[in-house]
Structures are given as C-alpha cells and as structure tokens.
Design a protein around this ligand. Structure first.
Ligand code: G3I
Length: 395
C-alpha cells in the first residue's frame, strides 16, 4: 500500500488532531462527571430529612455520654486572633488537634527551621491552650511526605534519612511526653496508584529507608512516650468506589504486616474527608472494613471529618441538608463499631476551613463544610453529629 511521506505539515496536522481528540475526550469526561454529580445532588436534595435533636447539650457532652471523644482541628493564628472562636472549642470539644503546628512546616508554622533545630513556639502555644481549655491534645503528624521544609530535599539522603526520622520523633514526642494523648505517627503512606505490590506510596522516607520506615517510626514514638496512643492515619477509605476499595485493602494489609511484626501501633485514623454529592457510601462494606481493623486489636479514630461541596446548590438550606445527610449516614454506620473511640472534624466553624483555599466553590459562595457556620451558629451538620452520638452504643 502506498505510504504518504511524513512531512512536517502532516506531523503537525496529526498532532493537532490528536490534541483536539484528547481535548474532546477530557471535555466529555468532565461533562459526564458534572452531569453525574448533578443527578446525585438532585436525588439528595429530594430526600426530606429533619435532623431533629433533643435539647442543646454540646457535642463534647453527647460524645462523653457514650464513652466517645469529639474534637476539632485548629490553627494558633485563628484561635489567637478570634477569642470567640476559642470559646467555641472550649464549649463543643473535648479534643484539640493542631492543623499546622506539629508538622515539619505548614502555613505560618515552622517546627523545623533547620536540619539541626526545632522551634516549639507554636506547638507549645497550642498545647498550653488545650490545657487551659481542659482539652485532650492529639499530635498531627510526625512522618508525612508533605509539608517538608525547604532544606529537606537538599539535606536528607539515603545515608542520613533514618537518623533524621529517629531524631525528629525522639525530640518532638519527647518534648511533649505525657501531654499528648495520641499521635498520627505516620500519615498517608498508602497510594495503590504508585504501583507497588504492597500499595505503599513512593515517598522520600520509603525510597531512602525502605518499607521498614513505618515500623521504625512507631517503635521510636513508643519509646519516646510509652503512654501515647500511636495511630496510622490515611484518607480515601470511605466510599464504595474502586479507588477507595483498593486503598482499604492496602491499608488493611499494612496493618496486618505491622501487627505481625510486633510494631507498637494502637489505632487506625480514618480521615473522613467526605464529598456532599457522593451517594456511593455503602454502610455494610464500610462496617466490614471497620470490623476487620478492629479484629487486629486496633482502635479506630475518625480524624479529619468534613464535607466538601462540589456541585452542591448555592441555597444554604438545601446545601446544609445534603451535607448533614452525609455526616449522619457516615457516622451512624461508623459509631456502631465499638472500636471507634473518637470523632475529630477538620475545623469547627466554616469561618476557618482549609476547603476555602483548596476547594472553593465555582460560584464564589463561602463553603459550609463544618458543624458551626461562619458566625458559630449550629447547623444541620451539627445536628447530624449530635444525633449520631445520641444514637451510638455506649463504649
Ligand atoms: O493562607 C495562606 C495564604 O494566605 C497564602 O497565600 C498561601 C500561600 O503561601 O498559603 C496559605 O496557607 C496555606 C493553608 O493550607 C491554607 O489553608 C498553607 O500554605 C498550607 O500549608 C496549608 O495546607 C495545609 C495542608 O494540610 C498542608 O499542611 C492545610 O491548611 C491543612 O488543612 C491540610 O491538612 C491535611 C492534613 O494535615 C492531612 N490530611 C489531609 C488534610 C487536608 O489536606
């Protein structure tokens, strides 16, 4: 068959056609997703739920009545600048988690200014604030592949990574020993899309030290504070969709490996970042996962719960009802599992949420992912959490 010559023009035309084709396919996929989200939202909006509650007892009391803990993440800057916010934490929470201050480097906090120094100023402030408000304090997070300071990449190597991991954990956990009830020792170490048979995420820690970095981190933390509850924390474990199923399977296998080698791990942290439009939550499948984790002798914490609003309507009433439904459906299944001991929301008021910067609404309206609105008024999501605590079995 006659082959046309590969002229520059022919290559250019073929390239443009390919790009156009790819562009069309991407646009078609986006349109399909948008249409799917909209149909899910329409169904959710049609479901009439009242979220009625009895009394106005705060979440901390409702949780404590069932042997559970309720708390929220916060940043020093917000608590310091907004005394009315600080009051809400003392009223609604029995646990406080620092959103930034115990990471190596996040936002305005820099725990690790240099390879050989630690700056505990912000973290000390948060621990002292928690103590003053009679709040239990959770540490988040010791070993993560994100929020590494600028010097990390040019300083940490295969030869010294283990020394940096051990020194960081010994120094930080040792500094707060006896004052921090639980630690997210390792955060988000599973990523099946990285293609490893063990499902581990390709992080600097894995690449420099090998898969035993996780076991090592827990062992050093256990020696540094024998009283602290040591947690493995991860996300995308909640829905009945292939990516979450794959991640649940990989996390469970990691926990089984760690338990079989005697790693001092005490709990799994399920972050609980939900999507308001998502209807594919399968309570039975999720309960099975929780039961499998509990059968390893592990406790379970919901560590960062909030509900994002892709595609949700602008109308507050409609939006809040859909989001309250997401909170109640997830928590009514989750709190049935006796091994679940705590619920932490990733913030308390809509006035201060990471989702404002990370997942803003396309219409520019303020996001509403948390139990209290931007004026610290209780929303239907607050009711949903209160109902879940009220209906939970006593621990
Ligand atoms: O607000 C400043 C903005 O003024 C500035 O222009 C911008 C660029 O420097 O930074 C903004 O601050 C950022 C902040 O998010 C906004 O909320 C910080 O740099 C950024 O570090 C911070 O990201 C945090 C992220 O973890 C990485 O540390 C988020 O606050 C925090 O909510 C998020 O929390 C994580 C958990 O630790 C782990 N699980 C997932 C969760 C959500 O991503």
């Amino acid at each position: 068959m006659f082959q046309r010559p590969w002229t520059r023009r022919r290559i250019l035309v073929l390239g443009l056609n390919t790009l156009a084709g790819v562009g069309t396919a991407v646009a078609a996929k986006a349109a399909y997703r948008h249409q799917k989200v909209q149909s899910q939202v329409q169904w959710l909006a049609s479901v009439d739920r009242s979220f009625a509650i009895e009394g106005n007892t705060a979440l901390r009391e409702r949780a404590a009545a069932k042997g559970l803990l309720y708390g929220a993440a916060a940043r020093r800057g917000d608590l310091e600048a907004d005394p009315s916010l600080a009051i809400q934490y003392g009223r609604e929470c029995n646990v406080l988690v620092p959103e930034w201050e115990l990471k190596w480097s996040a936002g305005s906090s820099l725990l690790r200014p240099t390879p050989s120094s630690f700056n505990f100023t912000d973290a000390d402030w948060m621990v002292n604030f928690a103590q003053a408000q009679d709040l239990i304090f959770r540490g988040h997070t010791l070993i993560w592949h994100l929020c590494l300071p600028s010097w990390f990449e040019t300083t940490v190597t295969r030869n010294n990574a283990e020394q940096f991991l051990v020194q960081h954990i010994k120094t930080v956990v040792g500094h707060f020993a006896g004052r921090i009830s639980s630690w997210d020792v390792v955060n988000e170490a599973i990523e099946p899309n990285d293609g490893r048979a063990d499902g581990l995420r390709n992080t600097p820690w894995l690449n420099f030290i090998g898969e035993d970095y996780i076991d090592l981190a827990f062992r050093v933390a256990a020696i540094s504070d024998p009283k602290a509850l040591l947690v493995y924390n991860d996300y995308d474990l909640e829905y009945d969709i292939p990516s979450h199923e794959a991640k649940r399977s990989a996390v469970l296998k990691l926990l089984e490996r760690l338990k079989s080698k005697g790693t001092p791990i005490h709990a799994l942290g399920i972050q609980g970042h939900l999507a308001g439009h998502e209807t594919r939550f399968n309570a039975q499948k999720f309960r099975k996962f929780l039961a499998d984790v509990a059968s390893l002798g592990l406790k379970i914490l919901i560590t960062e719960m909030d509900v994002s609003e892709e595609g949700l309507p602008a109308d507050f009433q409609e939006r809040d009802r859909i989001m309250a439904g997401a909170y109640e459906d997830f928590l009514s299944a989750t709190l049935d599992e006796q091994a679940v001991t705590a619920l932490i929301t990733w913030g308390l008021s809509d006035r201060y949420t990471w989702l404002t910067d990370f997942y803003p609404r396309s219409d520019g309206a303020a996001v509403r992912p948390l139990p209290l609105d931007e004026n610290f008024q209780r929303k239907l999501s607050w009711n949903a959490i209160a109902r879940a605590f009220d209906q939970a079995p006593v621990r």
